[in-house]
Design a protein around this ligand. Structure first.
Ligand SMILES: [Zn+2]
Length: 237
């Protein structure tokens, strides 16, 4: 597999290409953000290697983000000291409980180095951005047509992700290693249900990103989906 530096250089090149493509629209900030998202996508799949620089940074980032999010939610309820305790409690939970659990259940070049996972993560990122645009009013001030941003975000992240998988695969071919074919896995018959689940999840995430009412229909097909829909309707769309 390619190392972090190689992924970084090739990923940055892909980021420039994507950014350049969007700069033609003269929307500078979105072009910059989409380039950054491409770069993140290009180093993301190695989240499955326990001590990768990216994994360490990512979990700290998630810890700080969630810590700040919960501190914000309880802003009116807690004293400043209690807020500090809550923040570090959440941060510690992510770093010392969630991260080891994640490491335990992932293996390097497993499902994270696969085509359906690239699709699923990209659609989820696009869908989350769309949700933020619709519910929180984020990015409205950035562009005149905010709803094109979620699709572009999914495309940018997917481009980076795919560049990573192809690069790993290319390295395997060049070194004729045994790991050949484990970087861009389309389907693994030994883990058929996992891969089928990933493709189904990716399809649902795609509908969520593309048109929330499709997700509504899919969720309504199942009883647990109906329950989620009734309870969280205003949050899911
Ligand atoms: Zn990799």
């Amino acid at each position: 597999m390619a190392n972090f530096t190689t992924h970084s250089i090739i990923g940055a090149s892909a980021a420039v290409a994507v950014s350049y493509h969007y700069m033609a629209t003269e929307a500078f900030l979105p072009a910059l953000s989409l380039g950054l998202l491409t770069y993140i996508g290009s180093i993301f799949p190695d989240v499955d290697s326990k001590n990768a620089i990216f994994t360490r940074i990512l979990f700290r980032f998630i810890g700080v983000s969630l810590g700040l999010f919960f501190s914000f939610l309880s802003y009116n309820l807690l004293t400043p000291t209690q807020t500090f305790i809550l923040f570090f409690g959440v941060f510690g939970f992510v770093l010392f409980i969630l991260k080891p659990l994640f490491n335990q259940h992932t293996k390097h070049r497993g499902a994270w180095h696969s085509f359906p996972m690239a699709l699923l993560s990209s659609f989820l990122i696009g869908g989350t951005i769309k949700w933020a645009v619709l519910h929180l009013g984020l990015f409205h001030e950035m562009v005149a047509f905010p709803l094109t941003i979620p699709l572009s975000a999914a495309f940018a992240f997917f481009t980076g992700y795919l560049v990573h998988l192809l690069l790993d695969e290319l390295y395997s071919i060049m070194k004729i290693k045994l790991s050949l074919g484990t970087a861009l896995t389309l389907f693994d018959p030994k883990q058929a249900s996992l891969y089928a689940g990933l493709y189904i999840a990716a399809l649902i995430a795609f509908f969520w990103l593309w048109e929330p009412s499709y997700t509504e229909n899919i969720l309504m097909l199942t009883s647990w989906g109906k329950w989620i829909w009734v309870h969280y309707e205003q949050w899911i769309i």
